[in-house]
Design a protein around this ligand. Structure first.
Ligand code: G3I
Length: 456
């Protein structure tokens, strides 16, 4: 299918720029990193030093990403495998590569119960473990001081379901205070890195994200140094929470930055076109949720290619969770992510491409009241007729569509994809079709939804 979606805002900006400067409009970004950079964000990936000898791996990394997270190389078992004996060789190589490409590096991770050497697991004295944890952080964060923009200081300290503290050696031996001790030690070792708490299944609102929220709120009140929260984003096709944007916003409102740190959206393998289309809608919804919140500063996918993803090793029969397939081909989720960042995959039919057969679209709010509004979207064909069209609305925090006419909607999180009603699929050259909807906005935010459109 042609995934030719152009943001109406982007198109308007380009048109204006062209008129004012008298120059042809600049092309929309065609890589993830350029599109993200145009929004002031990074688009990153986890990378493993062990794959850096593979040219397709490195070429894709360099072409698409402006941020790198070492997948395993900065973890405790690698950096301090035996007490007071530190090894940074693999991580240093990744940092060096990132620097040579102008990529930011996210440090992952200082304190985590997994990939923790057994000598740490065996410590039972509070004083000793506190000293060991502080020493680890001082050395590791000290070594990379100045090289990293962010550190995942503490990883996965809460339980799913209940939001209770996870039963780890740090929790058992040091107690609740170990997390703030780790953040204080990290700030002392590297005052330049932003310090994040990072966890999975905290992408939407639930008991676990509520517990993390309460911790961050408490830290901010008491002056414990914390700058950001990482929502890992290990998600399942068709089951992306609908409130990711609202959840990001509530953390941002506490005065911390938010990152999507380990995004992958897995499916039962093998993939087929229907699953890949749903996955594309799911990526679009998560990326759009980040782009909609000013303090959501970046998105990192947990690997470049499906070939090396951790998923099939852990979830039997599942995989295909990333943006590039085993052969480094772009998947539909790639185009959806690029479009959600305001970029343009450059499919045939895009505006400016030869043989234009595309559409543009405009949004009008036709009426509004305290907690809702009516909107109309008009889709206009260019110099050639089109036989179908797609419009994508990205609803603002709390907004949802209650009714829609003259179109066929499908919803994934905050993203509503609208296809023709049937009879209005064909649009002659230069003519228009439109659909209307009623949206509720319980929190009073009646601002315009995001809009993009194209030919399917
Ligand atoms: O290094 C050994 C190698 O010597 C050995 O031959 C091989 C045999 O299995 O294992 C290698 O270690 C593996 C290691 O990755 C490096 O490839 C481990 O078995 C494997 O368990 C380990 O998995 C990593 C996993 O964290 C461990 O929990 C994944 O690569 C990594 O993607 C994953 O990342 C985590 C994040 O850090 C935190 N959030 C969840 C995410 C997914 O689990």
């Amino acid at each position: 299918m042609r995934r030719a979606l152009t943001s109406v805002l982007g198109a308007a900006t380009l048109l204006l720029a062209g008129l004012v400067a008298g120059a042809p409009p600049a092309a929309a970004a065609s890589t993830l990193k350029d599109a993200a950079a145009a929004t002031g964000r990074v688009f990153g990936t986890a990378a493993a030093q062990s794959h850096m000898g593979e040219s397709a791996y490195v070429n894709t990394l360099n072409r698409e990403f402006n941020q790198l997270t070492p997948e395993n190389e900065m973890k405790w078992e690698t950096t301090e495998p035996s007490r007071d004996s530190f090894d940074y060789s693999a991580a240093d190589q990744l940092v060096q590569h990132a620097r040579s490409q102008g990529m930011e590096v996210r440090g992952h991770t200082l304190v985590w119960h997994s990939q923790l050497p057994s000598w740490v697991e065996g410590i039972s004295s509070r004083t000793e473990l506190l000293e060991v944890m502080r020493n680890h952080i001082a050395n590791v964060a000290g070594h990379f001081r100045g090289d990293l923009t962010t550190w995942d200081v503490v990883n996965e300290a809460f339980e799913d379901g209940t939001g209770a503290r996870r039963d780890t050696v740090f929790q058992r031996v040091i107690g609740d205070g170990y997390i703030e001790e780790a953040f204080r030690a990290a700030r002392a070792a590297d005052p330049t890195a932003k310090l994040c708490y990072n966890d999975y299944n905290i992408d939407g609102r639930n008991a676990k994200s509520d517990a993390v929220y309460a911790m961050v709120q408490d830290f901010k009140r008491r002056g414990v140094p914390i700058d950001c929260v990482g929502l890992q984003g290990h998600l399942i096709v068709g089951s992306v929470p609908g409130d990711v944007q609202a959840n990001i916003q509530r953390f941002a409102d506490l005065g911390v930055d938010v990152y999507i740190t380990e995004l992958d959206i897995r499916m039962q393998t093998p993939p087929n076109s229907q699953k890949l289309a749903q996955q594309a809608a799911d990526y679009r919804s998560v990326v759009s949720a980040c782009v909609a919140v000013t303090r959501c500063k970046g998105i990192t996918v947990w690997g470049i290619t499906d070939k090396y993803s951790w998923i099939p090793d852990v979830f039997e029969g599942e995989g295909a969770a990333l943006l590039f397939d085993d052969n480094y081909n772009k998947k539909p989720a790639y185009d959806a992510s690029l479009e959600a960042l305001g970029g343009d995959p450059g499919d045939p039919g895009d505006p400016g491409d030869p043989g234009d057969g595309d559409v543009t679209c405009t949004y009008t709010r036709t009426s509004q009241w305290n907690n809702g509004f009516n909107g109309q979207v008009t889709i206009t064909a260019g110099s050639s007729a089109v036989s179908s069209w797609t419009a994508v609305l990205t609803m603002r925090s709390g907004q949802s569509i209650q009714a829609l006419w003259n179109g066929t909607p499908s919803t994934s999180g905050s993203v509503v994809t609208v296809k023709p009603a049937g009879w209005n699929a064909n649009i002659p050259a230069g003519a228009s079709a439109s659909f209307g909807f009623t949206a509720s906005a319980p929190n009073g935010d009646v601002s315009d939804p995001g809009l993009a459109c194209g030919t399917p």
